[in-house]
Design a protein around this ligand. Sequence first.
Ligand SMILES: Nc1ncnc2c1ncn2[C@@H]1O[C@H](COP(=O)(O)OP(=O)(O)OP(=O)(O)O)[C@@H](O)[C@H]1O
Length: 623
Amino acid sequence: MSNRWNRFINGESVEAEVTPSIYRSWQRSIEFQVDYRLISSQDILSKPRLDERRASQESLIRAGESVLPYIFSLLGSTNYTVLLCDKEGYIIEATGDTSFMSKAQRVNLSPGASWREEIRGTNAIGTALRDNAPISVFGWEHFVRDNQFLACWAAPIQTSDGAPLGVFDISGEASNDREKILSIARMGASMIEKNLQIFELEHQLQFYQEGAKLASSLLNQGFLSIDRNGIITNINTLGAALLGRKQEEIIGQLAADIFSSPKGWMLNGRSLNLKIKNSYGNEISSHLKKVVNDKGHSLGAVGTLQITADSSAMSNNSLWIGHGQLTQRTLARASKVASTHSSVLIHGESGTGKEIIARTIHQLSPRREGPFIALNCASLSSSLVESELFGYVEGAFTGARRGGKPGKFELADKGTIFLDEIGDMPLNVQVALLRALQEKEVCRIGDTKTIKIDVRVIAASHKDLSALVEADRFRLDLYYRLKVVTLELPPLRERTEDIRDLVPYFIRKASKSFGIQIIGIQEEVYPYFLAHKWPGNVRELENCIESMVALAEGPILTVDDLPDEFKKSGPQRDPEPLLEQQTKHAILYALTQTKGKIAPAAKLLGIGRNTLYRRMKEMDIQI
Ligand SMILES: Nc1ncnc2c1ncn2[C@@H]1O[C@H](COP(=O)(O)OP(=O)(O)OP(=O)(O)O)[C@@H](O)[C@H]1O
């Protein structure tokens, strides 16, 4: 047999007697000037270079990890080595029989060596790579003489497009059954190809999953995804915050356990709505859409999470927020008076909500379908107040609009007129107002005819009207006419319980108007609010929340978001316990009685001098 190789080397023509692929490879080996007498030491990697190469071929090695020992076990006889090579012919992994492997190592058939045809002439690894096809190279078919003790079977490992990625090789002594082993080599290559495809799919899946996570974290909306078994696979930070939970507490849970939806939930329709009440008392709804594969089978669902619009107090009929005792008493009074026709006089500091309670009365009254017209008497000059209230006809005064203008009274017909800062109304206008209230008719400035009006008057002032009456700045008869029912709005500092209702309400209001999703406030912020005196009352609180929402760093307002003045003045401290207070009073009383003399004070208190000194020190009492 080896005669053919000898004859080829000696230049004879043996083409008809040799397998074409082997013959072509022998010819190439000559062209590459491979020396058939030499075991080349070319292209053998040092250990660090081999490690580098192996690191760059990590997936190929991982794909072959289980295949190499499995194929070796199939070979039955121990006289083999199973090799994994990269696409440059470098052996990057080897397993097999140790005694055969050491024989193979003598001809460099071991990790680190490249078996490209260009260096080693015809061989299974190099020729399989060159032809991109499986091949057996048996004994004398090897171009280099010293390799002729080998029998090798190799199959290329290819991408799905057929491009070579490496070679799977089985080598043994040149005395084995050729055909059967070649098919085992092909099987090894194909198993590695399958593993590589699985890895690719895993990477793609991971990419999509991680990509979806990143994309959802960039959304300024709550995002949720559920797989087809109803398990929550992803929720973004905002979504978790909306639910008042941490992401890691939600991911992996059954949607049915988190939301109030039926157990064993499966998405049957194209979409699904889920609902839950979060720890802040908001109803959160999630609108999910089914994700389907190209055959229409459900893969799961994705959707957004948001605060249900009608769960917010804004949609309540009542415009008035606050559960504090004082506030509820005011509201009860307002609802009672709403059903009557009486005039109402509201008194309260600026920003306490006088206009809002006037609107509430209007809304609760039988006039709710009619207009609510507000006029701030303090913001207008004397002449303007009159024309604003009663209107004027064309030519009534210079600058009067063509065609005239109806007054607020006319506009408020069948509804309510709210006269804010009535204490600032000029006396002459007070006379006209009184007449209008008594006669239930108005006369436009410059006109002679009167217009019948059906208007309920609600007036408000932050000034003490009775004091103005005494100072002759407000007419007594008008005062009595207006104060049929009076409502006193306490300042916010006297009804701090309302802060807990107003804050979430203003957060929702500001978030909605700014389009920023702020879903709550840290408990730690409230003591700062409780310590504040709120000179601007509810308006000041609303402005404060607005600015916090506008500048907030995250979806929940924290102490860091507070305006500086709040941080400077600090939170409310727990009040001194009663017993402490009483002891302090007793000590102070005793000291006053004894004109600061310790011994008699201690005697009076029935305690020792040292105890009195100690208690005074503890309580920071100095004399
Ligand atoms: N109880 C409340 N519920 C909801 N919002 C309130 C409440 N009280 C006040 N507000 C809000 O506070 C702000 C000030 O309220 P409002 O204008 O009614 O006060 P006011 O007493 O009429 O003030 P001023 O005397 O300065 O006109 C408004 O934006 C209002 O919406």
